[in-house]
Design a protein around this ligand. Sequence first.
Ligand code: HEC
Ligand code: HEC
Ligand code: HEC
Ligand code: HEC
Ligand code: HEC
Length: 440
Amino acid sequence: MRMLRSTITLAHSLALLVIAGFITPNTVIRAAQLNGEKVSIHHVESSNCKECHKKIYGQWKGSMHANSTALKDPIHGAFYQQVIGDPLKEGLRKNGKYPVCLQCHAPNAAKDGKTKLDSKAAYSEGINCVACHTLKKFKGIKSPSSKMQLGISAYETSTILQGANAFLHEQGEAGDKVRAAIEESGDLNPHLGKDNQGNSYLSTEDSKALDFPMEKNTLFQTSNVCMGCHERRNNFLGVPLCATGDEFIADKSNETCQSCHMPVNDGVMDHSMEGGHSVAMLRRSIRLDISSVSKGDKLAVEVTLKNNQPHNVPTAAPFRNMYIKVTALAKDGSVVWRNFEKHPMKEEPKSYFYYHLADDEGNLATPPKATQVVADSRLRAYEKRNIVYEMPLKGLYSVRAELYYNLLWPGLVKKLNHLPDKLKSAKRIAWGETVIGCIQ
Ligand code: HEC
Ligand code: HEC
Ligand code: HEC
Ligand code: HEC
Ligand code: HEC
């Protein structure tokens, strides 16, 4: 495969052509083509990008974005089935309307107003390459008439691929002149599919000749490229479920989402976009410190949690939660004290970090049924929280604090018992120990 010499040379040659008057400002950009035929860009499946973007394709393939539909994400699937219906059926409606979930979880199907998600690979792939790389402008999640417009409906989209440093390709005579000049200089937009000898860039048999013009768009270097789907979502009763964007805006952070969620990995910007499904990501989220002081016949142990994120931890899906387990041990390792027996929710609320959704009576309710938020004890953006535990000093040797993260509330784990264990089990993400010594 022939690689480009450099983007800079190309940018220069384009700039020169503009100055020389070859490109008129209102030339029409060619539509995407596959095998020489025009195609709707949102039907282009990610395998068409794989040949040249192997690493990114591999990272994306394992991400929750590639597994975001009810066909692939078992947690989303369970709720989708309950609230909307069978993802293999066409024409599903909720309160007479197209299911809003698909605007975020299956944006290419939403563009066509379709609900049978296995009818095109570009639908079942969920948030695939073209779903993001055709976002042109973020309009905000509220329309001028104050209605919610979520997911891709929060964006103007383009029929041309978008990228932070892309190459613009023009149609017609002006475009031909651009291409001729670029060919002469040896630089060619790789998304035209052919090198300057007319050979296809694609080598393997199953790859398809493609022609995808691309446009430069700095939206990709801002958090707004994520906000349409990540800013906020309410349930059908108006109760806020996810609000990562609100948490973030409230914090006025200068960091972009990409700075943490798309670090450079293996020479490319990582498209795994990890979060709560990744223990490595979770382990970098919280710092845990532990110290102790004795007070008469008692020991006061202070556990400090520092959230290093510009959003809540846990953030997003309302059933994410964490708890601290504190265990005091005797010298022989036997447990002499612990902060709770079964679960801290009722036994010791200060050790439980969660978003408490409830029904009218105040009982825990699932996201679709919640009518109110009773409490929210998650760690706020950059929050530092000190929690003090008092225990009898006698017989104590050491005290251990462990922070556990769960994708689901305990009640949901019971309800969704069919899910694989890795989605139901608690992950230890931070811990520490303080040794007091042998006190008689
Ligand atoms: C024939 C090879 C080839 C194919 C197929 C291909 N690309 Fe590219 N693409 C490249 C090369 C080469 C570059 C420039 C170097 C780089 O950034 O890796 C590039 C750059 C990009 C960029 C970065 C532009 C920027 O902002 O700097 C994006 C985004 C992109 N491609 C998206 C896609 C998508 C989406 C598809 C599938 C619809 C695709 N590409 C298919 C070769 C290809
Ligand atoms: C505004 C965009 C948006 C809409 C609309 C939306 N979701 Fe989501 N959903 C998300 C995002 C973003 C996440 C990821 C948050 C996270 O990882 O915690 C998510 C995560 C989920 C999860 C958790 C998945 C997991 O792996 O734990 C479930 C369940 C879910 N959504 C169900 C639904 C259902 C059902 C609907 C429609 C009634 C819906 N969502 C509508 C954006 C949306
Ligand atoms: C969730 C949205 C999203 C999805 C899905 C996505 N991208 Fe990207 N991609 C981005 C953003 C945002 C950037 C720019 C990051 C920056 O410039 O800070 C980017 C950058 C790139 C780049 C330039 C990377 C570099 O290191 O120079 C390429 C190439 C690319 N994407 C290709 C792809 C391909 C191929 C796929 C599908 C396999 C894909 N993207 C899926 C959002 C996405
Ligand atoms: C078109 C909508 C859309 C866009 C744009 C989008 N996301 Fe997502 N994202 C989702 C949905 C839907 C999920 C949840 C998938 C699931 O769990 O079923 C998700 C999940 C995630 C997760 C959670 C992964 C996990 O382990 O649970 C992270 C992190 C994330 N997105 C980051 C980003 C970032 C950063 C951007 C911007 C560069 C972005 N997303 C752009 C829709 C989107
Ligand atoms: C300083 C680094 C950092 C920045 C900046 C950041 N995040 Fe995160 N994010 C994390 C870490 C670490 C986690 C894992 C802990 C957690 O789930 O809260 C995470 C988790 C998430 C999750 C996953 C929640 C889940 O349930 O799986 C989503 C969604 C997310 N971030 C979206 C965003 C969005 C959108 C932005 C930009 C507005 C952003 N993040 C900015 C570090 C960051």
